[in-house]
Design a binder for this molecule. Structure first.
Ligand code: TYM
Length: 327
């Protein structure tokens, strides 16, 4: 029998607000994985990554606590998972620097997320944004994981992490595993206003976990479903995709039948979906409000998790420093 635990690592940036894309692409898997006693999960709020795009200190400080409350209200359990703050564990930035020195500029230039964010923030294309993937690789490899549950948009970053691990192992001897995404088919929830693009943390097109039922109805009502080329539009596919995750089995059967008969009414689909999503997150919204009323406990919980993470991270960093000739 193999007693070795599977290690899982994943994280999110405390910028903007979490949406159902983040939930389906990442958190749902995180929760499933933490409930298996054969797994050891590390879930972190990557506050250093939040500095790579424009931010304000007051809002960032608040966001970190807001994200901590979100993690806990969704069900991340600090007794089962190591739940922590990236900047509390200094090993992340040290290893990121080491990885920077192993990463050709050309590889970082190819990252589509860097290109997209550079376009959005043309006045602030900073070196941190450029090196985002090497810090992410450190977040991951410090814990030597088997799986990294992330959405489809992070595939390229994960590939860079695997390359770094391979390169390091070839030069200095086996040190890191080459972690894989957890989902067999990674997933991408689309924007409501432009369903050819992914749902992202900013803008009206994202259904936020914090949205009230009224807000969810309002946003879904406006969701674009028009098609330009006949057949099913990307908007319709996106709404049906959401229905398979949040609707009841009867809802799914009903709307697929309507689709097949060509009698699908978008207003009806949107109405049902809005109700299901609002109900799905009702308990979460209550729990989060309660947690936010005790910010000291949130900070304490992060501090405790960070202490546990540091124990593992410092061991790995020591091993790396010895291998590369530092110390
Ligand atoms: P972030 O905060 O942008 O996204 C958090 C997670 O949500 C997923 N995601 C989506 N999944 C499906 N559909 C969407 N529309 C959608 N939008 C976002 C992302 O894939 C991600 O899994 N770089 C990471 C943060 C990070 C990280 C790490 C992750 C830093 N270090 C180490 C894993 C391990 C990010 O973009 O997070």
């Amino acid at each position: 029998m193999n007693n070795k635990k599977q290690i899982i690592v994943s994280g999110t940036r405390p910028s903007g607000k979490l949406h159902i894309g983040n939930y389906l692409g990442a958190f749902r898997q995180w929760l499933e994985l933490q409930d298996d006693p054969d797994n050891k999960c590390f879930y972190l709020i990557v506050d250093l990554h939040a500095l790579t795009t424009p931010f304000e200190s007051k809002i960032l400080r608040h966001s970190i606590l807001d994200f901590a409350a979100t993690f806990l209200a969704l069900g991340i359990d600090p007794n089962k998972s190591v739940f922590f703050l990236q900047s509390h564990v200094l090993e992340h930035s040290t290893l990121a620097w080491i990885f920077n020195c192993f990463t050709p500029m050309g590889e970082l230039e190819r990252m589509t997320e860097f290109k997209d964010k550079s376009k959005l923030n043309a006045a602030n294309i900073n070196a941190g944004l450029f090196c985002y993937p090497t810090l992410m690789a450190s977040d991951i490899l410090l814990y030597k994981p088997t799986f990294v549950p992330v959405g489809e948009d992070q595939t390229q970053h994960l590939e860079l992490t695997r390359n770094l691990a391979r390169k390091f192992n070839n030069k200095f001897g086996k040190t890191f595993p080459e972690p894989k995404n957890y989902a067999l088919k990674s997933l991408r929830v689309k924007s409501l206003s432009d369903p050819t693009k992914k749902m992202s943390k900013t803008g009206d097109e994202a259904l936020l976990l914090d949205d009230s039922p009224t807000e969810i109805h309002r946003k879904l009502k406006k969701a674009v479903t028009a098609t330009t080329s006949g057949g099913k539009s990307p908007g319709e596919e996106n709404l049906m995709f959401l229905l398979t995750h949040f609707g009841t089995p009867a809802d799914v059967v009903y709307f697929i039948e309507e689709q097949n008969k060509g009698t699908l009414k978008f207003s009806e689909l949107k109405e049902t979906l809005a109700k299901r999503i609002a109900d799905y997150f009702a308990e979460f919204r209550e729990k989060k409000k309660e947690l936010l009323s005790r910010p000291e406990e949130l900070a304490e919980s992060l501090g405790e998790g960070s202490r546990k993470a540091r124990e593992v991270a410092s061991r790995t960093l020591l091993e790396i420093k010895e291998k590369i000739g530092l110390l």
